[in-house]
Design a protein around this ligand. Structure first.
Ligand code: ADP
Length: 667
C-alpha cells in the first residue's frame, strides 16, 4: 500500500481544521447541493467534500457514496492536499502506483477516475478537498475543470463564513452580557464610580461613553480605540472634534436621538465611514446606544459596538461566488428547479423555462412543464418524481420534451435530490436539467450509419454463404476431400459474421422503433426443448444440463424469447472454460416463469453488473482480449424482455461464475 503523505506543518494544519468545528457535524443542504452540482458538471456518479484529520477522511457531503468516512491510509484526498497543485487528477487509478493496490480501487467503490481540488483556507492550510470520482477512466474538459474550481471556491467561502459567524456569535454574546452588566451598574451606582470605569476599561467589547449636549468623550476603552482607528487623545473632546467624519452620518444622528428621548437604539451591519489610522474606509458594525441616567436625568450615552466588517464582506463574497456558480450552471447549459415538498411551490430558473420552450421571463407551472414531456416518457418522469418527493429517492433520467412555444423536440437529462433547507423547516426537491439533444442526435446518426452499413453488407454475405455451400457440395462430389475442412471453416466464419451483422441490424431496428412484438400463446418448455436439441449439435465444448424445466404458458414473441435463451447460452459457453457444466432451468414463481442459465466461468465484477445490459458495453480485462463480441447481445435481450413486461438480471461472483435470469408474466 502506498504511504499517505503528510505536510511538515501537519500540526498547524490540524489546528486550522479544528478551528472550523466542522468535523462530525450533521449533513447540510448547502454542501449537498454543491456536491450534486459537481457531479452533474463532471457527469460522474460520486462527488465528495472531504476533510482529512490525523486518522481519517470525513465527508461533510457524500453524493453517490454511502460511506461517511474512510481511513486516512486509503485517502486520495490526503495526496491531493499534500500536492502543490491546485487540482490533482488521476485518470486511471489502476495504472497509478500510488493507488493501484488501494482497497477503494480494487473493491467498492472501485475508484478509477479521481479529480480533487484542495480546500485551502485564508492562511494557506489545505483542510480537505472537493473531489469527483468515477469507476471508469475519464478526462475532464477545461470548461468542466473551471466550473469545478468555482464550486470548490464556494465550499471554502461557506466554511469561512461559518467560522466568522461563530466568532461573531461569541462577540455578540459578550456585547449583550456587558450591556446587561453596565445597565445594572448604571441603575445602582453613580457613573463615575471607579468600579464602573474599570469594568469599561477591561470589557472585551468596544465601549465609548459620551456626556452632555456636545457628546464629550468621557471614557473610551482600548477595543473601541482599535475599532475607531484612533489614539487616546480623543478623550475629553467633543465627538465631532475627535471624529469629524461622523458628521451627517446615520449613527451620529441616532446618538442624538438617544440623548433626547432616552430610548435605546440598536444597529446591525450598519455601514460607517471612518478615518482609521489616517485612511478613510467604510466598515460595518453592530452597536447598541444606551442612555446614561443620573438622578433621573439623561446625561449621556454609552455606545458599545462590534466590528462585523469581515463577516459582511465574506457574505458579499459569497454572493459574488454564488453568481459565478450560476454562471457555471449556465455554462453547462443547465437549468435549475426546486419544489417545496409540503406546499408544492415550484421554482424554475429562466434557462429551465427555455429548455421547455417557454420564454425566460414567463410563468411556468409544474403542470405546464410536465405537459411538455413527450407522452411516451411522461408517466416515467412522473413516477420517478413522485418516488423522489415521497420516498426521497434520487432522480436521474434522460427524456424528450416538446417545446411549449417552438414545438421543437429536445432531449434533456434531469438530476434531482430531496433535502431539507438550511433551517431544517421545509424539505425541497431540487435539481439540474441539461440539454443533451446534440449527443442524442449524434447517437442517432451513429445508429443510422451502423444500420445502413449492416443492411448493405447482408446481401453480399448471403451470396458468399451460398457460394461456399455450393463449393462444399462440389468438393464432396468430385473427391476434393482436402478442400472440405477449409471450406467448412470458411462457412463457419461467414455464419459468425452473419450473426454479428444481424445483431447490429437488430439494434438499429430497435432504436428506430421498428422492432415489433408478435405475441402468441406457447409453452416455454417447448422452446427450451428446441434449444436443448440445438445445443447437442452446436455445443461440443461444455456439458449442458436442462433441469428442471416446467410447463409454463406465456403470451410472447416466440422467436425473440428464443433469441434471448440462445444468447444466454452462447455467452455461458463463451465466458466459461471448456469441459465445465452449464445449467439451464425454467420454473414458475408467483405468476411468472423464470428462466436461468448458470455457468461456472469468469464471473463479473459488481461494478460492471449494472452496465452489462447497456448498448455496446463489454467488460474490460486481459481475459476478454481473445473473446470476440460487440456488447450488443445482452442489450437486445434486455430490450426484448422489457417489451414483454418482464425482468432481466444477473447474479455473479468474479472467478466463480454467473447466473443470468429473465422472467415473464404467465399467460
Ligand atoms: P458480447 O458477448 O458480444 O460482448 P453481450 O452483450 O452478450 O456482448 O455481453 C456483454 C458483456 O457481458 C460481455 O462482453 C461480457 O463481458 C459480459 N458477459 C456476458 N455474459 C457473461 C457470462 N456468462 N460470464 C461472464 N461475463 C459475461
Amino acid at each position: 500500500m502506498a504511504i499517505t503523505p503528510s505536510s511538515p506543518n501537519e500540526q498547524e494544519r490540524l489546528a486550522a481544521l479544528q478551528s472550523y468545528q466542522i468535523l462530525d457535524t450533521e449533513a447540510e443542504k448547502d454542501y449537498d447541493d454543491l456536491t450534486t452540482l459537481a457531479s452533474a458538471i463532471c457527469q460522474v456518479p460520486i462527488a465528495l467534500i472531504s476533510f482529512v484529520d490525523d486518522e481519517r477522511q470525513w465527508f461533510k457531503s457524500h453524493h453517490g457514496l454511502a460511506a461517511s468516512e474512510t481511513p486516512v491510509e486509503q485517502s486520495f484526498c490526503a495526496h491531493a492536499i499534500a500536492s502543490t497543485h491546485d487540482i490533482m487528477i488521476v485518470e486511471d487509478a489502476h495504472k497509478d502506483d500510488r493507488f493501484k493496490d488501494n482497497p477503494l480501487v480494487t473493491g467498492e467503490p472501485n475508484i478509477t477516475f479521481y479529480a480533487g481540488i484542495p480546500l485551502v483556507n485564508e492562511d494557506g492550510y489545505s483542510l480537505g478537498t472537493l473531489c469527483v470520482i468515477d469507476p471508469k477512466p475519464k478526462i475532464l474538459s477545461t470548461q468542466q475543470l473551471n466550473a469545478l474550481r468555482i464550486v470548490a471556491k464556494q465550499v471554502m467561502d461557506k466554511l469561512e463564513l461559518r467560522r466568522k459567524l461563530q466568532t461573531l456569535e461569541g462577540a455578540n454574546h459578550s456585547l449583550k452580557s456587558s450591556q446587561q452588566q453596565i445597565t445594572q451598574l448604571n441603575t445602582h451606582l453613580k457613573f463615575n464610580d471607579a468600579r464602573t470605569r474599570s469594568l469599561i476599561q477591561q470589557a472585551p467589547v468596544a465601549i465609548i461613553v459620551f456626556r452632555g449636549e456636545d457628546l464629550f468623550i468621557e471614557a473610551v476603552n482600548p477595543p473601541m480605540l482599535t475599532l475607531l482607528g484612533k489614539q487616546g487623545d480623543i478623550l475629553n473632546k467633543p465627538l465631532l472634534e475627535a471624529i469629524p467624519e461622523l458628521n451627517g452620518q446615520e449613527p451620529y444622528k441616532l446618538l442624538y436621538s438617544v440623548l433626547k428621548t432616552g430610548n435605546p437604539v440598536y444597529g446591525y451591519d450598519t455601514a460607517v465611514k471612518l478615518k482609521r489610522n489616517g485612511v478613510e474606509e467604510t466598515g460595518y458594525y453592530n452597536f447598541s446606544y444606551s442612555p446614561l441616567i443620573e438622578d433621573g436625568e439623561i446625561t449621556g450615552v454609552i455606545d458599545m459596538a462590534v466590528d462585523v466588517t469581515e463577516q459582511v464582506r465574506v457574505r458579499k463574497k459569497i454572493e459574488r461566488t454564488e453568481e459565478s456558480l450560476r454562471m457555471a450552471v449556465d455554462a453547462a447549459d443547465s437549468g435549475t428547479y426546486s419544489m417545496n415538498t409540503r406546499t408544492f411551490e415550484f421554482y424554475a430558473s429562466p434557462r429551465l423555462k427555455e429548455l421547455f420552450g417557454f420564454n425566460r421571463d414567463e410563468d411556468m407551472s409544474y403542470e405546464a412543464c410536465m405537459a411538455c414531456i413527450r407522452e411516451d416518457y411522461r408517466l416515467t418522469v412522473q413516477t420517478l418524481t413522485e418516488a423522489s418527493l415521497y420516498q426521497g429517492e434520487r432522480f436521474e433520467l434522460e427524456y424528450p420534451v416538446i417545446g411549449y412555444h417552438d414545438g421543437e423536440e429536445r432531449w434533456l437529462r434531469g438530476l434531482g435530490t430531496v433535502q431539507p433547507d438550511s433551517h431544517g423547516t421545509d424539505v425541497f426537491f431540487t435539481g439540474i436539467i441539461t440539454d443533451i439533444t446534440e449527443r442524442k442526435e449524434d447517437d442517432q446518426r451513429k445508429s443510422d450509419f451502423i444500420g445502413m452499413v449492416s443492411h448493405e453488407l447482408k446481401t453480399p454475405l448471403t451470396s458468399m454463404s451460398g457460394y461456399v455451400q455450393m463449393l462444399l457440395r462440389i468438393a464432396g462430389k468430385d473427391g476434393h476431400s482436402a478442400m472440405i475442412p477449409i471450406l467448412e471453416k470458411a462457412s463457419k466464419q461467414v455464419s459468425k459474421m452473419t450473426t454479428m451483422i444481424n445483431g447490429f441490424l437488430n439494434v438499429s431496428r430497435l432504436e428506430s422503433g421498428k422492432i415489433h412484438v408478435d405475441r402468441q400463446r406457447f409453452d416455454i418448455k417447448d422452446l427450451i426443448k428446441e434449444a436443448e436439441e440445438e445445443s447437442i449439435s452446436t455445443i461440443a465444448t461444455h456439458r449442458v444440463i436442462f433441469k428442471p424445466v416446467e410447463t409454463s404458458y406465456v403470451d410472447a414473441d416466440r422467436d425473440k424469447i428464443g433469441q434471448v435463451i440462445s444468447n444466454f447460452l452462447s455467452n455461458a459457453v463463451k465466458y466459461s472454460a471448456p469441459d465445465t457444466t452449464i445449467h439451464v432451468a425454467c420454473i414458475t414463481l408467483d405468476g411468472y416463469v423464470q428462466v436461468s442459465v448458470t455457468d461456472s466461468g469468469m464471473g463479473i465484477n459488481s461494478r460492471d453488473i449494472e452496465k452489462l445490459f447497456d448498448r455496446y458495453y463489454r467488460v474490460e480485462g486481459s481475459e476478454m482480449v481473445s473473446i470476440s463480441g460487440f456488447g450488443i447481445g445482452l442489450y437486445l435481450c434486455a430490450e426484448i424482455i422489457k417489451r414483454h413486461n418482464g425482468n432481466i438480471w444477473v447474479e455473479s461472483e468474479k472467478d466463480k461464475g454467473s447466473t443470468f435470469y429473465f422472467n415473464l408474466p404467465l399467460a
